[in-house]
Design a protein around this ligand. Sequence first.
Ligand SMILES: Cc1cc2nc3c(=O)[nH]c(=O)nc-3n(C[C@H](O)[C@H](O)[C@H](O)COP(=O)(O)OP(=O)(O)OC[C@H]3O[C@@H](n4cnc5c(N)ncnc54)[C@H](O)[C@@H]3O)c2cc1C
Length: 416
Amino acid sequence: MKVLVLGAGVVGTAAAYYLNQAGHEVTVVERNDGAGLETSFANGGIVSAFTARPWATPEVPRMLIKWFGRQDAPYLFRLRPDWAQWRWALKFLRQCTRERFEASHKVSLRLSTYSYECLKEVREREQIEYDQCADGVLHLFASQQELDTAAAAELRHPDSRFHPEVIDMKRCLEVEPALAASAGRYAGALFFSQDESGDAHKFTRALAAAAERQGVTFRYGVTLRRLQVDGGRVTAVDTDQGRLEADAYVMSLGSFSSLFLRKIGIRVPIYPLKGYSVTIPTEGHHGAPRLAIHEGSRRIVMSRLGERLRAAGTAELTGYDASISATRTQAILDVTMSVFPECGDAAKAERWAGFRPMTPDCLPILGRTKFDNLYMDSGHGSTGWTYACGSGRVIADMVSGAAPDIDLSGLTADRF
Ligand SMILES: Cc1cc2nc3c(=O)[nH]c(=O)nc-3n(C[C@H](O)[C@H](O)[C@H](O)COP(=O)(O)OP(=O)(O)OC[C@H]3O[C@@H](n4cnc5c(N)ncnc54)[C@H](O)[C@@H]3O)c2cc1C
């Protein structure tokens, strides 16, 4: 079957790879000059295989109030005269109950653990290197009470694979000596030894190259304009370089998916939640962590990517405004340098912003739409690097008429 994959982020690239493996004739259309150059470019790098969780938690409304009006707040809602944004914000806040969080959390772990297996298999098969670190992720907590609460919640999980090691600062320093300068600020950590980190962009680029060698066509520098539909099917896509036709279409345009779908009468609540990262060169410095870190008080993640330290965080509901805020990136840089003062050259840090393609329940939308031959692989939010390979595999199975390996309840569009 001829399949057109729309978008070459980590999600679309993974789908294209698996569709090709399943024997389809695959073309990927991407407006940039390469794969993984938008949201998949400089994200936090964490593969949250055992810790993927929705951001819509019961604590969020309280945090929004606590940080209200502060430019350096981890969560910032800048409401605009945009009905889609207000509708999204209300739906997101409605998700912030204990019951709904727990239901989505179960679904997120089902997909993240499956996706992790897929990632391991692909990197092994294709010999992909992406500055990965498979030694675990350390979640730091400033107070004993926060640590105890978080530990109790994690240890309630019936499956011990999801249980972290609860460690004090003495043990923290054994697993991550670079914390020596800031150890006094933390009470301890949860150590998820099975989670990983790595550069999503390097992975995407290498996977695209492998897919291309195996027969996938990447049409870079081509901008999609609209989908053409007729009689319950997509018949073509219009681009700035003419019309492209296929038997099946995979929507993986990240935050832009909803804009395209709206034009053909499909409403999906995928909205951009902007985040920032800073990437600090570590060459010649000896204070950068080896392990990936989750800094609990400011909700910032840090990943060691070879000779770089990437720190990422913050969530800004501000529409499709891609500008990079100096205040917000500085806040990430300041926290990183205060935890790891000798990690690298802060003056040379690269600042970046990306749109998390977020749904209100923070889970992606996978599977068929009301158009028979149009499949969704979008809305991966804050965890798209983690979910990408599993999602791609699911879509390839569906397009091929095979049953996916995992139950898709909670992941299809009809939940909204
Ligand atoms: C600050 C930050 C930190 C993050 N940290 C993590 C993390 O630690 N772990 C994790 O798992 N996830 C993380 N994420 C989330 C993850 O980066 C995203 O979920 C993921 O990159 C989404 O991938 P995607 O392929 O859906 O979207 P994208 O990478 O944005 O891909 C969509 C593609 O569609 C293309 N496109 C759009 N419109 C058009 C058009 N009209 N014509 C042609 N092409 C078009 C774009 O150019 C783009 O390449 C983070 C995100 C941010 C912003």
